[in-house]
Each structure stands twice: as structure tokens, then as C-alpha cells.
Design a protein around this ligand. Structure first.
Ligand SMILES: [Zn+2]
Length: 381
């Protein structure tokens, strides 16, 4: 493009002048475009703009200043934003999006107003955590969600801020929350077999115990399968999405060629290089801590995974591997119905903790099902 300077005139000058007017740096343009002049007033406005933007303050409209003017006209929500590999979208709307994601704790990279792959990854994580359609496109739905987040959510610990936001939106009560319980395997797929017990039957039984407690607290609990069905992982995820679940809990036990392997582990969506479902990770951590404390199972930690049931669900999802059926100690625990009650209670308490988020906190392992019920009654009204 031709560099525009004082003394120039015509349509190109008129376009820049109307941009400056839109930005509030000049009065609106009047008269035909051919007669618009690059006058001292316009030069002053260009200098002011250049200073604001950290550009060389020369009063000339070259490529950098022209691009910055174009970028400045885009406000978040004015157009859909997405990752265009060959010609990345730039603009102040992208900058606002990046800054908002960073404030909320999503690693959107350096806020530079260029929609790059990292911007998209951060946007997808945000969409996933907030139950939006995970398409990596910043459209009306995503803009609305970003706007609804309170301006309080600035500058603190991102994870806590996000959780507080979640509480503000959904409240600490379990009543009305919709949980999909996903007992692993089923039907012809028995999962792990150890003597006369199968993973599928044990997890079906555990799911029933969990369901009963969740319904008692006022939650809506849905099972992802019938007693003799075995939908595949993507069908289970679709079921949860169609149900509009707030949370998915997938129940499994583990096995290993070594009879010494034992313990409980929890898994949430994550790629292992930083991309993670924040609420999924929080939920996995709460479940893991309660179960390790209450059950005596060895604590095998929480881990990010990209398994379909974690990846394809729109809400936070956690898969729990409760003990090793190939280990004598773990197996003895799992076949005891009283033990499965302890597991179910631990999971309900962990879910309650997710929604309490530090309020009325009690040490891990001490919050009882009766406490949960009492809190639900108090919170009613
Ligand atoms: Zn399994």
C-alpha cells in the first residue's frame, strides 16, 4: 500500500479518517470521499493512535499503522473468531479474547491479537469446562459465557476463581445436579475376571449404590447402560452429552500381570502437555483423596488421559480405577458389599466438595453422608 501523509487526499484517506472517527479520535467524516484531506488534525489523531499502540509516532499511515487501525475496529463479538492456519485472524477482538482467557487461567499464550493454535487450544479448554459446544470457535455462545463471568475473576488463583464462578452459577447444593454414572463394561464384555467375580458386575453393583445415595441427596443420577448392555465409549459420552450431564463418573477396576500391583487411581481429560479439563482435574483430585483416605486402597494418584469417555464428554468427567482385581488384598475389599458402600459414600462426599469449594470445609475422610444430607436440608429453601 501507498504510505499516506499530510497533504494527501482521496478515498484511501477517507477510509482511514472514518476509522479514526469510529475510534473516537476524530469527528465524523462529512462530504464526498474524494474531497477528504489528510490535514494537521488528522495527523495529530494518527500520532495519538500510534502512541497508544506503541508504534513509531511519525504521523504517517504505513503498513503497520494501517494494520493496527484495522485491528482496532474489531470488538469482541463483532465477528466469529477461529484458527485459520494459512491466514491467522488478527484484531483487538482476538486480543480481548486472549486476555480474558488468561485472566481465567487458560494458557492462551502471549496476548498479541493474533488467533494462533494456542489461542484455539485455550478456547477449547474454556468451552469444555463451561459446558459449551467445544468447537474452538469464538461465536455468540462463547462471547456470552465470557461476558457473564464476573469482573471479580481477575488476578487471583485461576483454578480457584474458575471454581468460584462455577459455584456462583450453580450453587453449592447437590439438588438438581445431573450426574451420569458409567459402570464400565457390561453384557458380553465382563471386563476383568477374577475367580467368580467380574469387573462388570462389581461396577454395576457399585453404580447402584452410588445412584441410591445421589438420588437421596436430590441429585439426578442416570446410568449410562443397562445391566446387560455394553455401549462403546463414544456412545457413553454421547449419552452424557444428550442428557446434559453436569458430571460423568466412570467406574472401573484394574488388573495387572503382577499380583503386587494395587491401589486406586483417578483420571481426567488432559493431554499431558498442559491442556487439561480444570474441573475434571479438580473432581479427580477430590475423589482420589477421599477414596485413598477412606478405603485403605493404595493412592496411585490422578492422571490426565485422552480416553474417549473423558475426551468426548462436554462436562467434566472422571474415570476411577478402584483397586486391582488381580491383587488379593484389593479383591478381598472389592467383594465386600460394605466396602463398596464406603466407596460410594466417598464419591458422593467428593462430588459435594466440588460444589462446596472450600465452604464448610472438613478434613478429607471425615465428611459423612449424613453431613451431606444435613447440609442439603440446611441449604434448602
Ligand atoms: Zn475396566
Amino acid at each position: 500500500m501507498r504510505v499516506l501523509r499530510r497533504g494527501d487526499g482521496g478515498p484511501a484517506v477517507a477510509e482511514v479518517r472514518s476509522t479514526l472517527a469510529a475510534l473516537g479520535l476524530l469527528p465524523p467524516v462529512t462530504g464526498p470521499a474524494e474531497q477528504v484531506l489528510f490535514d494537521p488534525l488528522m495527523e495529530g489523531a494518527i500520532r495519538a493512535f500510534q502512541q497508544q499502540r506503541g508504534l513509531i509516532t511519525d504521523g504517517l499511515v504505513g503498513p503497520a499503522t494501517y494494520r493496527a487501525l484495522r485491528d482496532a475496529t474489531h470488538q469482541l463479538g463483532g465477528r466469529p473468531l477461529a484458527y485459520m492456519v494459512s491466514a491467522p485472524i488478527t484484531g483487538d477482538d482476538v486480543l480481548t479474547l486472549q486476555e480474558r482467557l488468561l485472566e481465567l487461567g487458560y494458557d492462551a499464550g502471549r496476548p498479541n491479537g493474533v488467533f494462533v493454535g494456542q489461542t484455539e487450544a485455550a478456547l477449547r479448554n474454556f468451552q469444555r469446562d463451561y459446558g459449551l459446544t467445544v468447537d474452538g470457535i469464538c461465536g455468540p455462545e462463547t462471547v456470552r459465557a465470557l461476558r457473564q463471568l464476573s469482573p471479580r475473576a481477575r488476578g487471583g488463583r485461576p483454578v480457584l476463581l474458575r471454581e468460584q464462578e462455577r459455584v456462583r452459577r450453580s450453587g453449592p447444593r447437590l439438588r438438581g445436579k445431573r450426574i451420569v454414572i458409567d459402570p464400565g463394561h457390561g453384557g458380553a464384555d465382563t471386563g476383568i475376571v477374577a475367580g467368580d467375580v467380574t469387573e462388570a458386575a462389581l461396577m454395576w453393583d457399585l453404580a447402584s449404590r452410588l445412584e441410591g445415595r445421589m438420588v437421596a441427596t436430590g441429585m439426578e443420577a442416570l446410568l449410562s447402560r443397562g445391566p446387560d448392555q455394553c455401549p462403546d465409549e463414544s456412545e457413553r459420552a454421547r449419552f452424557a452429552n444428550d442428557a446434559g450431564a453436569d458430571l460423568v463418573l466412570s467406574l472401573h477396576t484394574d488388573a495387572n500381570s503382577s499380583p503386587h500391583a494395587q491401589g486406586v487411581a483417578s483420571f481426567h481429560f488432559g493431554t499431558g502437555n498442559g491442556a487439561t479439563s480444570t474441573l475434571g482435574e479438580a473432581m479427580a483430585g477430590l475423589i482420589q483423596r477421599e477414596l485413598a483416605k477412606r478405603t485403605g486402597l493404595r493412592d496411585c494418584g490422578t492422571h490426565p488421559k485422552t480416553w474417549d469417555v473423558l475426551r468426548l464428554t462436554r462436562c467434566p468427567a472422571v474415570r476411577i480405577e478402584i483397586g486391582y482385581l488381580s491383587n488379593a488384598e484389593d479383591r478381598a475389599r472389592l467383594v465386600d458389599p460394605a466396602f463398596r458402600d464406603v466407596v460410594a459414600e466417598g464419591i458422593v462426599v467428593a462430588v459435594k466438595r466440588l460444589y462446596l469449594l472450600g465452604e464448610n470445609d472438613q478434613p478429607t475422610g471425615t465428611f459423612s453422608f449424613a453431613d451431606v444430607m444435613a447440609h442439603e436440608l440446611l441449604a434448602r429453601g
